[in-house]
Every structure is written in structure tokens, then in C-alpha cells.
Ligand binder design. Structure first.
Ligand code: ADP
Length: 398
């Protein structure tokens, strides 16, 4: 069965068509600038040429229409007709406390996701628009929702309750939810395979380091703590997001800069992180080039970033009373050996010895510690689309 995986944002839509039996990617692409001028679809069939076509996309339904046209195109399509798409798997950001696993999308599920819109006002409405667009164009194809938050629903209360009046949890469900769950789940499972141990007997710390970044403690197959919280703003210093700060800073900055809470939030989300610290870039490739050229601002941002990751790793070693594997993933974790090395320099107390030759590899699944190292450190390229396809297949084939 071929599964169409859709990751729908407010103005973009990423897609992959995956054969669920062979797990082969048949085609993939992205629609950009939906609802804006200059919208375009980039489409790449596996083994074929990447094509980029400008085409008006006033809404997501038109974007999906173009995706389906590309997939069934006579010359470059990956399938002959829509009948060859057996199901659609949607990435959904926030399932609140309602969804601890993936689910077949029904009217009740849509209603329940709508009820979580408050918790993810930027993401959930966009995800729902993607579902509606697919339902309109493929009314008889089953759809599955795979939630970023679901994997973390196993966290114990001590990890998810904040030091706030408990009534805010009861009234408004203010608590830690965590994100990147699909990635943390995939990578922690692969880590157990690389270690050659059963998943339910391994303690792994997954460092998902991309534009958005989070660390997760996975004990015996369950997420027991993670650095993102009520929103994806908490935790590590990220590309443009501040991560943890003293909440008192918000009032102080609002007064000094004469801005309101929304403007402060914009600063924390868009103008902070390594971009804010370095004033160079939010992108680690740019920072790396600048740092290697001796630019102090870039070195400072990367040093602070690595220190914070190392602190989180330390706290999760404490939370799990030890660790068997530390896994790096996502754009920075998979590709930037300098960042991995800087973080691991703090981890000598775990008996970690990095093999620099192995660490110099990029983008492949590999253990980068020496055989003598007491704790294994690995690089595991994440594959959220594959997880969504697998979960979708598992639910619809029943
Ligand atoms: P997201 O999915 O959260 O937007 P990514 O996982 O793509 O982010 O990560 C983006 C970050 O990863 C950027 O800082 C970028 O510099 C870095 N990155 C991505 N690919 C590479 C690469 N091939 N080499 C070095 N750094 C990379």
C-alpha cells in the first residue's frame, strides 16, 4: 500500500509518497508560499529530476490538488492513478492529553484536535486545514493523525507539572507536553537496535538538534522527560528561540523596551537563540563558517548552545539514574561534528570516548564512540515521515 504523508504548515506543505511494504520513498516535495504571491511546488520522484513549478495556490486545497496532479502525472508521476494511494498520514502537532498514540481520523478526532487549538495556535489549525483539503479531494481514502506530543504522554506527573498553581493544570491543562515525539520515538528505537539490546531495557538520551531543538530521556521504551514544554519555546537555546529563561526577564524587557507581552513573545520566538546571541545567523552552517574564521560572536553562540545541551544531558542522566546511549539527530545533530564534539567534551564523567574519525562522518547511522567508551554515543538520522507512514499503515491495514 502507498501512503501519502502530509506535513501541513500555515503557508507550506511537505509531502512524501511511501510504499508501506518496502518502505521505499516513491516521490517527495514541498508546496511553498500557500496563500501568498509566488507560490510554487517542488516535486521530486525517486530516481527522477527535481522540478520546481510556480503555480497559484490561494489555499491548501489547491496545494493538495497540485500534489496529487504531480504524483499522478503521466510522465513524471510516481503512480498511475489516485487509486494507488491507499491512505494519508498527517503530522499533527498537538494532541493535548487526549492522544497518547496515532489515530484514524474521524469527525470526533477532528473535534478533539480542534479543542487543542488553544495549545498550538500556529500549528493545529494549519494541520486541520490539510486534513480538510485531503478529505475534499480524496473522500474515500482513510486518514491517520500522528501527533508530535503523543510519545511524551508517558511522562510521569513529576516531570510534567510546573511549579505553578495546580488549578492552572486542572482548569487549562497547563503542563509540559513536549514535541518532536515522532523523532524521539524513532531515534530511541534505532539506538536500542544499534546497541543490540531490547528497547524496553535501554536508557537513551535523544538530542534532536535542528532549528527547533529538544532533548528527551527515554527509559525502557518510554519518554520520561523532555526539554520542550507547554510550547516548543522551552528548553534548549535554538535557532531563533530563547529556550529556558528567567520568566522575570519578560516584564523587565517589556518595561525597558516599552513593548507588550506579544512583542516580547515575538522576541523570544523569532529574534533570540543563536541568532540573537551571535547576530550572525540562526543557521549552524553559517555559524560554523564564521566560527572557523574566528568570528567571536559565532563562537560564543555555539559555545553557549553546546553547554546547554550538555546540562540537559546531565539532568536526564540523573532522572534515569544513568544512561546507556546518547543519540544525536536532526540537521545539526546529524551533520555538525564540531557541535557533537563540543557537547561530548562535557561528558567525560560518563566514560565517553569519541572516535574522531567516526565522528567526522555526516548523515549516516553510526556509533561514534570507541569500543572502550563506557557509554555509547551515536548519530541516527531521523525519519519522521517513515514513522508516520508506518503508523498509518498499521492502523489502516487492520
Ligand atoms: P528543522 O526541521 O527544525 O527546520 P533541521 O533539522 O533541518 O531543522 O535543522 C536545521 C539546522 O541544521 C540548521 O542550523 C542547519 O545549519 C543545520 N544543517 C542542516 N543540514 C546540514 C548539513 N548538511 N550540514 C551542516 N548543517 C546542517
Amino acid at each position: 500500500m502507498n501512503i501519502l504523508v502530509i506535513n501541513c504548515g500555515s503557508s507550506s506543505l511537505k509531502f512524501q509518497l511511501i510504499n508501506a511494504e518496502t518502505e521505499e520513498v516513491l516521490a517527495k516535495g514541498i508546496c511553498e508560499r500557500i496563500g501568498l504571491d509566488g507560490s510554487r511546488i517542488v516535486y521530486q520522484p525517486t530516481g527522477g529530476e527535481k522540478e520546481s513549478t510556480e503555480s497559484p495556490m490561494p489555499d491548501h486545497t489547491q496545494a493538495i490538488r497540485l500534489v496529487l496532479e504531480s504524483l499522478t502525472n503521466e510522465k513524471t508521476g510516481a503512480v498511475r492513478s489516485l487509486d494507488e494511494i491507499g491512505a494519508v498520514g498527517h503530522r499533527l502537532v498537538h494532541g493535548g492529553e487526549k492522544f497518547a498514540s496515532s489515530t484514524i481520523i474521524t469527525d470526533e478526532v477532528i473535534k478533539a484536535v480542534e479543542e487543542c487549538n488553544d495549545l498550538a495556535p500556529l500549528h493545529n489549525p494549519a494541520n486541520l486545514i490539510g486534513i480538510a483539503a485531503c478529505q475534499e479531494l480524496m473522500p474515500h481514502v482513510p486518514m491517520v493523525g500522528v501527533f508530535d506530543t503523543a510519545f511524551h504522554q508517558t511522562m510521569p506527573e513529576k516531570a510534567f507539572i510546573y511549579g505553578l498553581p495546580y488549578e492552572y493544570y486542572k482548569k487549562y491543562k497547563v503542563r509540559r507536553y513536549g514535541f518532536h515525539g515522532t523523532s524521539h520515538s524513532y531515534v530511541s528505537k534505532r539506538a536500542a537496535v544499534l546497541l543490540g539490546k531490547p528497547y524496553d531495557q535501554v536508557r537513551t538520551i535523544v538530542c534532536h538538534l535542528g532549528n527547533g531543538a529538544s532533548v528527551c530521556a527515554v527509559k525502557n521504551g518510554k519518554s520520561v522527560d523532555t526539554s520542550m514544554g507547554f510550547t516548543p519555546l522551552e528548553g534548549l537555546i535554538m535557532g531563533t528561540r530563547s529556550g529556558d529563561i528567567d520568566p522575570g526577564i519578560m516584564e523587565f524587557i517589556a518595561e525597558k523596551e516599552n513593548i507588550d507581552i506579544y512583542e516580547v513573545m515575538d522576541v523570544l520566538n523569532q529574534k533570540s537563540g543563536v541568532l540573537g546571541i551571535s547576530e550572525v545567523s540562526s543557521d549552524f552552517r553559517d555559524l560554523q563558517v564564521a566560527a572557523l574564521a574566528g568570528k567571536e560572536e559565532a563562537i560564543r553562540a555555539m559555545t553557549i548552545f553546546a553547554y546547554h545541551v550538555a546540562k540537559y544531558i546531565g539532568s536526564y542522566v540523573a532522572a534515569m539514574n544513568g544512561v546507556d546511549a546518547i543519540a544525536f539527530t536532526a540537521g545539526i545533530g546529524e551533520n555538525n561534528r564540531y557541535v557533537r564534539n563540543d557537547i561530548c567534551e562535557y561528558l567525560g564523567y560518563l566514560g565517553i570516548e569519541i572516535d574522531q574519525e567516526k565522528n567526522s562522518k555526516a548523515g549516516e547511522e553510526i556509533i561514534i564512540t570507541t569500543p572502550e567508551s563506557k557509554t555509547a554515543v551515536m548519530v541516527i538520522p531521523t525519519n519522521e515521515e517513515l514513522v508516520i507512514a508506518r503508523e498509518t499503515f498499521a492502523l489502516v491495514k487492520q
